[in-house]
Design a protein around this ligand. Structure first.
Ligand code: URA
Ligand code: SF4
Length: 216
């Protein structure tokens, strides 16, 4: 299947999914949106009130702030893919429960594999915990780190940072530094591609041995 078809299939499955109890109270599920060849993938927590109404991620106040942050990194919202660790709204915006996170992870994992982004930016504690289960966000926010072959940058959640001046300054500085992490990821990708090409090169016999062969 083409990547675009895989993404459409994920969105279709999510729209009718009943794998956890969040389906009982959702209005619309929110699969996520953005170009499937995006260099950057943003992972938030879960749909809130507005997202549940519209079926789109980060469309409320936190979304406006996220758009601003993305511009601080030198990108536009339409350049990046945005999704969440759970695709349906937890009632009253409560934290997602462990069994909900587990049930929904298959969709996020398929999205990560299909988009294959250069870097993943996590927004808030729950998406950070997918990659750094024991970490404290206050200790590692803004610091890019490799998890396997993926470069992950954990950020504060924009909704949390919006109203706390200290966090707001931190998150803006962290987004301004994102281009450096992207550069690091792209350099590694390029080096890996070059290595693969080296290994796949056909072995050409040296010129003099070719000449000798042609004597026969
Ligand atoms: N907060 C999130 O974590 N995700 C959204 O989609 C909206 C608000
Ligand atoms: Fe399915 Fe995820 Fe929605 Fe739960 S949150 S019903 S697992 S799509």
């Amino acid at each position: 299947m083409e990547s675009i078809e895989i993404m459409q299939e994920i969105a279709k499955q999510v729209s009718v999914c009943e794998k956890c109890n969040l389906h009982l109270t959702r209005k619309r599920s929110v699969p996520g949106e953005g170009p499937i060849n995006a260099h950057m993938l943003f992972i938030g927590e879960g749909p809130g009130f507005n997202e549940n109404e519209m079926g789109r991620p980060f469309v409320g106040q936190a979304g406006k702030f996220l758009d601003e942050l993305i511009r601080h990194a030198g990108y536009q919202r339409q350049d990046v893919f945005i999704t969440n660790v759970v695709k349906c709204r937890p009632p009253e915006n409560r934290d997602p429960l462990p069994d909900e996170l587990t049930a929904c992870a298959v969709y996020l994992d398929q999205q990560i594999a299909t988009i294959n982004p250069d870097i993943i930016v996590t927004l808030g504690r729950f998406s950070m915990a997918k990659f750094f289960p024991m970490a404290r966000i206050s200790a590692i926010h803004g610091k890019a780190a490799w998890v396997g072959d993926r470069l992950i940058v954990p950020m504060y959640h924009p909704a949390a940072a919006l109203h706390q001046p200290n966090l707001k300054n931190d998150i803006i500085a962290d987004f301004k530094a994102l281009p450096l992490a992207i550069e690091e990821a792209q350099k590694k990708k390029l080096a890996q591609a070059q290595k693969r090409m080296e290994m796949e090169k056909p072995v050409v016999p040296p010129a003099d041995s070719v000449e000798q062969l042609s004597l026969f």
